[in-house]
Design a protein around this ligand. Structure first.
Ligand code: ADP
Ligand code: MG
Length: 409
């Protein structure tokens, strides 16, 4: 026989440590346990289903294969996998960069990770994409997973898994998986919009977990009140706890850039930091992408002579456009708000981008230290007007042709 019965084996000890009531039921079953496998024989199918549902969320870290079978020799066996928590080790509190715009969210998450189910329950975190919301959810989970039953799940997966359970007549099993949690980390809650069945199931789980003071953390790209087409009762539950926004400010962005440069073994000088800063938006995912590209393609800086050459080319563009508008070229570098000057400045900036393909930040420098966002705006504005206004487009392409000719391009 494959198994030796081990009286009071480690399986029963485990169950006893979880819950005295359940151990009483398991003692009625025939249990055979060896070093790496446990076979549980239940008296009937009903007990078998119960045992499977009960164990499906409680065997984390147990380390042995557990099989439940019905006495009476049914061949069908069901192996219970140790529950997946879906947590990614790479997202921790230690590697989350903190600054003014995410400090509050960070501190509250840290508190939740110390005392789940206590102070901030539910916790609702919202903010634009790429600002570290998912990172924080995993960080909480990673801190708690050794001592608590934790599950990280994006709403779409929750929804898919629910639909599958309904189809396969396993709804109770599906619910049990959530009812037995200590910590539920639910990501991308905005996808609840319009999903009625999912909302009903989530509400049921939510109420059960809250009643037992189990921790729930929800993440969304918008505030609960902006979740249209989500039932009022769910929204009011979300709003009943603490709601925190994560953002990204200049200081935090700079700190994150430094962290990512270190991570990819790139130089940490001010020039490189500025270069990344000015060529990325307020989105950490974008910053990571940009730094990765730098790692692959290298940081290209031109020698001084070429820099000088570039300055001359920019000046030529400014002179040509200013002349067309009958303006003093220097005006384009000042802060003049006159319509005509703004127009000419936008076109000149646009041409610096399209003809010379300089970084936005550098174009800004040549135009009297203007911010890179002002250059981005100018380029977008000219592109838009070119699409809408044929005369304007002709004028811009006339400038472009004449400049290309002068530059020998
Ligand atoms: P969101 O869920 O808000 O869209 P993510 O958590 O997926 O954003 O973050 C996108 C990427 O940026 C991830 O790789 C994450 O590790 C990183 N990231 C975001 N915020 C920070 C931060 N404050 N410090 C370090 N890395 C961060
Ligand atoms: Mg996310």
């Amino acid at each position: 026989m494959l198994f030796q019965t081990m009286e009071g084996g480690s399986f029963l000890n485990l169950i006893e440590s979880i819950d005295k009531f359940a151990v009483g039921i398991f003692r009625q079953f025939l249990i055979r346990e060896d070093a790496d496998k446990v076979l549980i024989l239940t008296p009937n199918e009903e007990y078998k289903r119960w045992a499977i549902a009960y164990l499906s969320t409680r065997l984390k870290g147990f380390g042995k294969k557990v099989v439940v079978e019905c006495e009476g020799g049914r061949k069908e066996q069901k192996e219970i996998e140790s529950p997946k928590d879906n947590l990614l080790d790479k997202y921790t509190f230690e590697n989350f960069v903190v600054g003014p715009s995410n400090e509050l969210a960070y501190k509250v998450c840290l508190e939740v990770a110390k005392n789940p189910g206590k102070l901030f329950n539910p916790l609702f975190i919202y903010g634009r994409s790429g600002l570290g919301k998912t990172h924080l959810l995993h960080a909480i989970g990673n801190q708690l997973k050794a001592r608590y039953r934790v599950l990280y799940i994006p709403l779409m997966d929750f929804s898919d898994s629910m639909v599958k359970a309904f189809k396969e007549n396993r709804v109770e099993e599906f619910r049990e998986r959530f009812f037995n949690l200590d910590v539920l980390l639910l990501d991308d809650v905005q996808f609840l919009v319009g999903k009625e069945r999912t909302q009903i199931e989530l509400f049921r789980i939510y109420e059960k977990l809250q009643a037992e003071e189990k921790q729930i953390v929800l993440v969304s790209d918008r505030h609960p009140r902006d979740l249209k087409d989500v039932s009022e009762r769910l929204i009011s539950r979300f709003e009943s706890g603490l709601i925190i926004e994560v953002g990204l400010d200049e200081e935090t962005k700079r700190r994150i850039i430094k962290q990512k440069l270190i991570l990819y073994g790139l130089p940490l000088d001010q020039e490189t930091i500025d270069y990344v800063f000015e060529n990325t938006g307020y989105n950490v995912r974008e910053i990571e992408g940009f730094v990765k590209t730098l790692k692959v393609s290298g940081i290209k800086r031109l020698p001084k002579s070429e820099e000088l050459d570039k300055e001359k080319k920019v000046q030529l563009i400014i002179n040509t456009v200013a002349k067309g508008f009958k303006l003093n070229p220097e005006l384009l570098k000042k802060d003049t708000k006159e319509r005509k000057v703004i127009n000419a400045r936008h076109i000149a900036m646009f041409l610096c981008k399209t003809i010379l393909n300089l970084p936005y930040s550098q174009i800004g420098e040549f135009f009297g230290k203007k911010d890179h966002t002002a250059v981005m705006y100018a380029v977008k504005k000219v592109e838009q007007r070119c699409r809408e206004d044929r005369k304007f487009m002709y004028m811009v392409s006339f400038f472009e042709k004449s400049i290309r000719k002068s530059l020998g391009l």
